[in-house]
Ligand binder design. Sequence first.
Ligand code: SF4
Ligand code: SF4
Length: 370
Amino acid sequence: MDRRRFLTLLGSAGLTATVATAGTAKAASTGTFPGYKDSYGVLHDTTRCIGCRKCEQACNEVNKLPAPKAKFDDLTVLEKTRRTDADSWTVVNRYNAAGLDHPVFRKQQCNHCLEPACASACFVKAFTKNPDGSVTYDGSLCVGCRYCMVACPFNVPAFQYAEAFDPLIQKCTMCHPRLAEGKLPGCVEICPKEALTFGRRKDLVRIAHDRIRQNPGRYIDHVYGEQEMGGTAWMYLSGVPFSATGMNEELGTKSAPEYTAGALGAVPMVVGIWPILLTGAYAITKRKEKIAAEEQAEAVKQAVAASRAEADDKLKAALAKADKDKEAAVTREVKKAVDEARKTFEEELAAKEQPEAPEGDDAGKPGEDA
Ligand code: SF4
Ligand code: SF4
């Protein structure tokens, strides 16, 4: 579904709910997410980027992400256009723009929108726009609906499809934990060409326009992200039209909450009917999955118990048979011994009962003369 249409639909759903909960409706406004005037951001100057992928490596290491399929010094991955996924929160792509004799590289990650569409679409409020400018996600609140993925105009949130139980959304955090420690985002710190500049967003806007002004012909006269979707914390400079590096130039300047004002600005999320229904639906799905897993575990347990009982029975039968065989063998041997003893006794008795012949009595012996 088209994102703009998705956000508009959320707005319509909210208007429906507004009617049902008119008594609790507040004035619709685009100020769903208060602005943080001193928030930070990053300026990505694509004219400086050399596509070395060091930022990808730093992101992987800092966030302890799984080992990459291809090593970070393998630049053949640039032959294909990639997008961020659950294991790669940032990727660098190469573009061949018309009229240029060299490629252009652009780093992608969450743009940390000033008024994030992901947060607008998330009815359990798993996303937070922080005062430091980062947009972070709390997996413990997530019900797995993936509305944030549909809503994000930059195709950023990624789902852990490979996780069998409780898969989560994954995305760049702008190194929110590092910022809290006074450190730079990992990618900014490592970039060897200063293609990434970290700073207060308002200063970055000024720096970006200064660069454009001071380097005639080097840049397109536009700072991408300054206004798009109501503004983003990550902004871009480019020497070629932004669409030539895969960026959407049709987003307009309207922020996500303006599309979803009916759903999010006018209706408190906790009392809206549709979020409850949707939450219920996903809760039921999750419950079903849990029950299925429990039933499977119980079936395995029963199968193991049945096999064990069968093995026990077989062992008992074998032991009983062995006992019986042994008893029969003993009986046979005893009987044999008794028979032999009886036979010997009878032979001896017979020998004793035989009359002895008188001494010197030769009468009747054949062949002898009288
Ligand atoms: S780029 Fe997408 S995921 Fe990041 S803050 Fe904006 S809407 Fe949310
Ligand atoms: S580290 Fe810097 S120069 Fe290298 S790919 Fe990333 S943004 Fe570009």
